[in-house]
Design a protein around this ligand. Structure first.
Ligand code: S3P
Length: 454
């Protein structure tokens, strides 16, 4: 058995990296497994008796932290080869109480989903992570869990980590309207509700990624999803199902594919193919936006993999036009705004991205971090309340050091910009890239990207 452990983020010195203008990107790239589905695959393995085989698991630090937490709650987990993992679960209602703090590193998704799992079981656990995770709001998760009967025994100021949660063996079936468009909130409630002796209803005004619902169905739970209002959904889950172990094939992450996708659009002469990207419509907002901006993308070989539609994308360097991106599209591209801002810097005219308030509570305050990065790289932009407006004027000057604030997507976005700006762009710290796309540098280098350690 091969074990992998996540890197510890905190006391290790930061590592700078720069990207420099390069020749055309050419070739094929298979982005790593989807991060959202990878966390959920391990968690469903924990909650299912029997053997869950996972292929294509993202072996990034965030997911490895979730694997460690699943072990602490009673799962036996083995890595059997690259991306091939076997989980033997404890089953709903049979989790162990962890003996040590659950450390989630940089991972909002891992920590919040696991709060749902713990909230619905008679165990007590302490949740913690790195400096970025400690800043992130957890009340949005704790509030519904407390309504279901869980208790928050300790928490840092403002409902933050480190926090200690004592779950309940009888989570109350509730009807819950999510106050923010968040798949993490929805999923935490659904995971707690798995051990509830009744029906739990969740209503979201804006549909968010539906991987938890799809996996619930895949594992045999009784879950009904129907449209609600103009853009929302109503989800009803019957608690205490007998989950049946089923294999999970994790498709390629559109949020990671976003980086080679934008890189190929902005580096002159590029022509690449991205293989097997997940095309779940609740995840493809960036692709739709770039195509509206004039991106030359040919979508082919649409097929099913692991219950999701996937496709190959041929992407050629393109002259992009600025557009308005409506707020309603935010849930389908919430993690892609930093790299869209990079594409917008190369587009002709203004791109207005509306309704970005949730960006303020990601791995960093992404709205502020993107704006600061655009400022450093010489890109004209404005922030108007929750809107970001980028004024494209051809190749940005580049040349300055961009601060990443422990945020992998800020790091990768500005490195992508550096491949096509007039001068190289350096970032202060590349370590967080390992949370979601550990092979980022080598995979892009194969296409022709040039990076140098500072
Ligand atoms: C995720 C949901 C999103 C997203 C995150 C992954 C998930 O967060 O930003 O990277 O896997 O459920 P929110 O639910 O907070 O919007």
């Amino acid at each position: 058995m091969v074990t992998m452990t996540p890197q510890s983020n905190s006391p290790v010195a930061s590592r700078g990296l720069s990207a420099r203008p390069c020749g055309p990107l050419r070739g094929r790239i298979s982005p790593p497994g989807d991060k959202s589905i990878s966390h959920r695959a391990l968690i469903f393995g924990l909650l299912t008796k029997g053997k869950t085989r996972i292929s294509g698991l993202l072996e990034g630090d965030d997911v490895l932290h979730t694997a460690a937490a699943c072990r602490a709650l009673g799962a036996s987990i083995e890595r059997q080869g690259e991306g091939q993992w076997l989980v033997e679960g404890a089953g709903i209602g049979s989790l162990l109480e962890p003996t040590a703090v659950l450390d989630f590193g940089n991972a909002g998704t891992g920590s919040r989903l696991m709060m749902g799992v713990v909230g619905g079981h008679a165990v007590r656990a302490t949740f913690d992570g790195d400096a970025s995770l400690r800043k992130r709001p957890m009340r949005r998760i704790l509030d519904p869990l407390v309504r279901m009967g869980a208790e928050v025994l300790a928490q840092a100021e403002g409902g933050r980590c480190p926090l200690t949660l004592r779950g309940t063996s009888e989570p109350a079936p509730i009807e819950y309207r999510t106050p923010v468009a968040s798949a993490q909130v929805k999923s935490a409630v659904l995971l707690a509700a798995l051990n509830s002796p009744g029906r739990t209803t969740i209503i979201e005004a804006e549909a968010t990624r539906d991987h938890t619902e799809k996996l619930l169905k895949h594992f045999g739970a009784d879950v009904q999803v129907e449209p609600f209002g103009a853009h929302g959904r109503k989800i009803v889950l019957v608690g205490r199902p007998e989950l049946i172990a089923r294999p999970i094939a994790v498709p390629a992450d559109p949020s990671s594919a976003a980086f080679p996708l934008v890189a190929a659009l902005i580096v002159p002469g590029s022509d690449i193919t991205i293989e097997g990207m997940m095309m779940n419509p609740l995840r493809t907002g960036l692709l739709a936006t770039l195509i509206e901006m004039g991106a030359d993308v040919t979508i082919s070989n649409r097929r099913l993999s692991g219950g999701e539609e996937v496709a190959d994308l041929r992407v050629r360097a393109s002259d992009l036009q600025g557009i308005d991106v409506p707020a309603a599209r935010a849930p389908a591209m919430i993690d892609e705004y930093p790299v869209l801002a990079v594409a917008a810097a190369f587009a002709a005219g203004e791109t207005r991205m509306q309704g970005l308030h949730e960006l303020r509570v990601k791995e960093s305050d992404r709205l502020a971090a993107v704006a600061a990065g655009l400022g450093k790289t010489g890109v004209e932009h404005r922030v108007e309340t929750d809107d970001l407006i980028v004024v494209g004027r051809g190749r940005p000057p580049g040349g300055e050091l961009v601060e990443t604030h422990l945020d992998h997507r800020i790091a990768m976005s500005f490195l992508v910009m550096g491949l096509a700006s007039r001068r190289p762009i350096a970032i202060d710290d590349e370590r967080m890239i390992a949370t979601s796309f550990p092979t980022f540098k080598s995979a892009l280098a194969v296409l022709g990207a040039e990076f140098a350690t500072l």
